[in-house]
Design a protein around this ligand. Structure first.
Ligand SMILES: NC(=O)CC[C@H](N)C(=O)O
Length: 280
């Protein structure tokens, strides 16, 4: 029995604090994903505000403008009938987290905070964010009024959870969680999560692309599953170059992979596979 699905990962040339441009590129990626027949679109880490906002992450305006962009995405007809997750900073109980926000047809399904922050190389994430440490726990998140007006929701789940649908089960990792020895995809795979989306802000280092390819393959090699890796491209306003190379991997094999060094601001990479192939 075939149960084919088409999913999309996106490589975006986002810029720190360019809310208009970032939002335009996100919408373009969603439109391209839809045109390619995808019913699920994921994107890179902190794609709404840009990854390298540095101490602007301390400013409440950065969080406010991220919500404004999300409100426009929720309202847009381009986003209808597709599961979408986007990356943005969210403050919960006065603590800022680096999050994925998953939504479908004007309703937020889950806000998933990053659980392992990156501190090596040029990464200093704990300067601006705290990791979510409550495993398999969600709390009520009270939405800003401007979002409630669009979605009709007052609270949504915030925390370590996955999205179960009639057809499959979707979970999330955020960048470093893939690199960490106690990766979050391990308990999720053992628990039957079939699709894991990773929004990343992974900058270029010599030979790192080999590591990334090995990691996405091994994440799905042992238990099976689909791994959707989306990465940023370009400089983002800082001194680092994010090298793209977004990929979709099934059961240890790369199905499709975006380019590493390219000039397009928006590159959408899709793959179609049979969910039954995960269930052998
Ligand atoms: N943004 C991140 O979490 C980066 C994770 C990873 N260590 C990398 O170098 O790509």
């Amino acid at each position: 029995m075939g149960r084919t699905v088409t999913v999309a990962v996106c490589t975006l040339n986002q810029w720190a604090m360019d809310f208009d441009g970032n939002s335009r590129r996100i919408l373009q990626s969603i439109q391209e994903a839809k045109d390619a027949g995808a019913t699920y679109r994921s994107g890179p880490e902190l794609e709404i505000c840009g990854y390298s906002c540095e101490d602007h992450f301390y400013e409440s305006d950065t969080l406010l403008h991220s919500w404004e962009v999300l409100a426009n995405l929720l309202k847009s007809s381009i986003c209808e009938d597709m599961l979408i997750d986007v990356g943005m900073p969210v403050m919960h109980k006065n603590v800022t987290y680096n999050c994925r926000v998953a939504f479908l047809n004007r309703r937020i399904l889950l806000i998933r905070p990053k659980m392992r922050l990156c501190e090596d190389g040029n990464y200093r994430e704990s300067r601006w964010f705290s990791p979510w440490t409550k495993e398999r726990t969600v709390e009520d998140y009270f939405l800003p009024r401007m979002i409630s007006q669009v979605t009709g929701q007052t609270v949504v789940p915030f925390g370590d959870a996955v999205i179960a649908t009639r057809d499959t089960c979707v979970g999330f990792e955020i960048c470093e969680e893939l690199w960490h020895p106690a990766s979050n995809h391990i308990p999720m795979s053992l628990d039957g999560v079939e699709i894991i989306a990773n929004g990343s802000g992974s900058y270029f280092e010599l030979r790192k692309a080999y590591v990334t390819v090995d990691l996405v393959k091994s994440a799905t090699f042992k238990s099976g599953g689909c791994y959707m890796f989306s990465n940023l491209r370009g400089c983002d306003g800082g001194r680092l170059y994010f090298n793209g190379g977004s990929s979709i991997t099934l059961n240890g094999n790369i199905l499709n992979r975006g380019r590493q060094f390219a000039l397009e601001d928006v590159e959408v990479t899709v793959a179609t596979f049979d969910l039954e192939d995960i269930r052998f």
